[in-house]
Design a protein around this ligand. Sequence first.
Ligand code: AMP
Ligand code: MG
Length: 488
Amino acid sequence: MKTLSTLTFANSYCDLPDTLGTRITPQPLDNPFLVHFNPLVAEKIELTSITALDPSFVDVFSGNATLVGLSPLAMKYCGHQFGQYNPDLGDGRGLLLGEVITSNSIKWDLHLKGSGKTPYSRTGDGRAVLRSSIREYLASVAMEGLGIATTHALAIIGSETPVAREKIETAATLIRVTESHLRFGHFEYLFYSGQHAELQQLADYVIEHHFAELATTDSPYAEMFKQICHRTAIMIAAWQAVGFAHGVMNTDNMSILGLTFDYGPFGFLDDYDPHYICNHSDYSGRYAFDQQPSIALWNLSALGYALTPLLDKTEIDHGLEHYQHQLQQQYSHNMRQKLGLTLTNDVDSVLFSDLFQLLQQHHVDYSLFFRTLSYITMTDLPHSCSLFSELFPCTSDLKKWLDRYQQRLLLEPNDNQRLAVMQQHNPKYILRNYLAQQAIEKAQQGDYKLIDQLMTVLARPFDEHKHAEVFAQLPPHWGKHLEISCSS
Ligand code: AMP
Ligand code: MG
């Protein structure tokens, strides 16, 4: 394990054409202090946790000091925001500080979010507030705990620098750690600005660093696109199965590695509502929960179009078809695990659609329903209606569905194993908006205990945590209706 000064850094992104970014140093914060540190993320980059106690950690990651080996740079990219192309984007409040190379040669980007103005800040102040930094920090832990590909967050640094949002808040930084910060929008930028030689260089870079096994195939660019489609499908299938809504699926927030990226007004479903809109500023519901699979396809089409200097139409279509096929397969796989079905049967699709209809009709808590179901043995199912009393009125519809589910389970080989599988695929703990909100309010008063406690359960959301039952309960009424805007 290493300290900050003994980490090995690289800056491979800086070797790409200059048009892809601007070197710039972070702007310092007033009286920075450590809010929270994630030792599991530190472990990924082989950084010892003791480093968090070192004052230089806070200085470097608040932008108040530099570190030999880092070469901070604001990335240039563009993208489609709510369907409209915006040529004017880029890292407006974050910097790629550098890349850590681990002993087994894995490259991890270190990105400082909230580091001050850059040439791409437009009218923004270049800052991130403590509130949104905590949301991203906890979401990164929660998604990883759920087994969903995501960026990670090493730490949050707080400060006394005032920042104007709906009201005055304080600025913070978040140290994001991930394999790559490349977005669909990087390719869109080079395509729409006519920089097609640079576009090819970027594609070569992506293949070299992230899809090396494709370099020797007959058509590496087509294979790269197919891989991006594949990973996006796996990610979206996981979001839909777990009930995660991203909220701002603009192409500049889509990772070329299929990572859940750029957490803003995201939300996990409380009551099952396929039309759930987590982003209060999304007036048309473009990014509603049930739109995510088709929006990802739209975004992949935009990426495919941006890659036309390297791909022909058949190759693009092939990638997009792969996405649709893979999404279907993976989603069905994930949902079957949620119901503990290992065999396929003709009745399954109706069993699922009737269940979704019931959940929607009765406003049933999505995660708690599946978790409750994960404890009920096959023999107990027909008289288990009362176990759902907190979630469901005990209607004849529910009873009928439980009977049909029992009949279906008779075909399955092993009921104990089914229960174990279901408990491993139906989380007991999810990052409900109100939990994040409570952690934020405590942290704004300087109390970070709730962040600690939430991190512990969210990192292992399928386990029982004896002293944390309170986090596994139904949300309070006020907690279901929090309005989360894009402001961050
Ligand atoms: P986001 O909605 O966070 O994905 O950001 C969209 C674009 O706006 C990106 O180019 C961001 O860097 C930029 N941006 C967001 N907030 C700020 C801010 N406070 N200051 C400067 N740029 C920002
Ligand atoms: Mg963004």
